[in-house]
Write a protein that binds this ligand. Structure first.
Ligand SMILES: NC(=O)c1ccc[n+]([C@@H]2O[C@H](COP(=O)([O-])OP(=O)(O)OC[C@H]3O[C@@H](n4cnc5c(N)ncnc54)[C@H](O)[C@@H]3O)[C@@H](O)[C@H]2O)c1
Ligand SMILES: [Zn+2]
Length: 333
């Protein structure tokens, strides 16, 4: 399966196929030097597949986890790229989840004012969401994703075989983003989760999620409006993530955030059944004042109002402007 994303920065292909990680070299011009970026939580078998195809390539493997998504790791990566004498015509291969993609994309955008990078997502979250769209970032001064760029990959290769080594919890948290995508834009995608056999449809789930994200990114490359729809569940989700202090994964927080914000009773029932099936949490006990403080300080908050995403009809997300008073009440104050 293949689709092309059209952006002002560049057009690039997304390929989804089993076994793709074994033939990445077929997509790289032979005279191009390659630098592989990954982290130590990605099972070695996937890294070895790349190393075998690019024997002369440089490689830097940083420690896994969100704690690595910072300026120090970024500097380490850039230093290794310089040591490897990478030029602007060379290529970065980013093998890993969202953390690897965000860091590698940012490094690629800065190195020599920007070199090409190929995204090789290995988590469900990266496959259905973070691998396309060109948002890159590190966390800085305790603010998540506060320093970053828009730098589109030159190619995205998705090999669902990589999911074989992913634990069920990580699989589910990634699928939470696909559930979100279904709710805001694709009723058939959501319906796939309403059958017990959703595991048999993972390729289609990835494909449909990316198709929606592609359409939205193409229409709104730099998050002027439409792209905000992708933040469904994220207003409360980000707050739960911060207040949970590492207890919950991002997708789990999005799941709880969707349940908190969703007002339509019928849809809420359907969403709850799907989250149940995916073993995702549905509610988070937090202190109302702390919750409100978190949401108010979120960088997307305006002065007296806040824009949230609501779903009144399956597959039709809309932006709503809420007064801070309304938000306070929603937080339980
Ligand atoms: N750029 C974007 O548009 C965008 C969108 C959503 C999320 N994000 C970012 O993505 C990050 C979260 O991504 P994530 O959930 O992929 O986290 P992650 O990259 O930390 O990966 C989660 C864990 O899975 C392990 N792992 C990776 N691939 C594996 C595999 N095939 N088998 C077994 N284990 C594997 C990793 O080592 C890690 O421990 C956050 O930093 C978030 O801000 C970015
Ligand atoms: Zn998200």
């Amino acid at each position: 399966m293949k689709m092309t994303v059209h952006t002002r920065q560049r057009d690039y292909d997304i390929e989804i196929a089993h076994g793709l990680l074994q033939r990445v070299s077929a997509f790289v011009e032979p005279d191009r030097r390659v630098f592989i970026l990954s982290e130590d939580g990605v099972p070695e078998c996937w890294r070895n597949l790349l190393a075998d195809q690019f024997p002369g390539a440089g490689m830097f493997v940083f420690p896994q986890g969100e704690a690595s998504k910072n300026m120090d790791t970024l500097q380490d990566i850039l230093a290794r790229m310089l040591e490897h004498h990478l030029t602007r015509g060379d290529l970065v291969l980013a093998l890993g989840g969202g953390v690897t993609g965000d860091l590698s994309g940012l490094a690629a955008s800065l190195y020599m004012r920007g070199i090409d990078w190929v995204s090789l997502p290995t988590t469900m979250l990266a496959m259905v969401d973070s691998s396309i769209g060109g948002k890159t970032a590190v966390d800085f001064h305790h603010l998540k994703n506060s320093i970053g760029t828009f730098w589109q990959p030159s190619l995205v290769l998705i090999d669902p075989d990589a999911l074989r080594t992913l634990c069920p919890r990580l699989l589910s948290e990634g699928l939470a983003e696909a559930v979100k995508t279904g709710m805001i834009r694709d009723p058939e995608l959501f319906a796939l989760f309403e059958s017990d056999a959703y595991q048999d449809h993972l390729d289609e789930i990835i494909w449909r999620s990316l198709r929606v994200k592609k359409d939205i990114v193409e229409a709104d490359e730099r998050e002027g409006g439409l792209r905000k729809l992708l933040n469904f569940g994220h207003t409360f989700g980000h707050a739960y993530e911060e207040l949970g202090q590492g207890r919950y994964l991002h997708g789990e927080c999005v799941a709880m955030g969707m349940m908190t914000i969703l007002e339509n009773k019928e849809l809420k029932k359907r969403l709850a059944a799907v989250l149940d099936r995916l073993h995702l949490p549905q509610s988070c006990t937090v202190e109302p004042a702390a919750l409100y403080r978190c949401i108010e300080s979120d960088k997307k908050t305006g002065h007296e109002t806040i824009t949230i995403v609501q779903v009144e009809e399956m597959g039709k997300g809309t932006l709503e402007t809420w007064s801070l008073e309304k938000m306070k009440r929603k937080c339980g104050l």
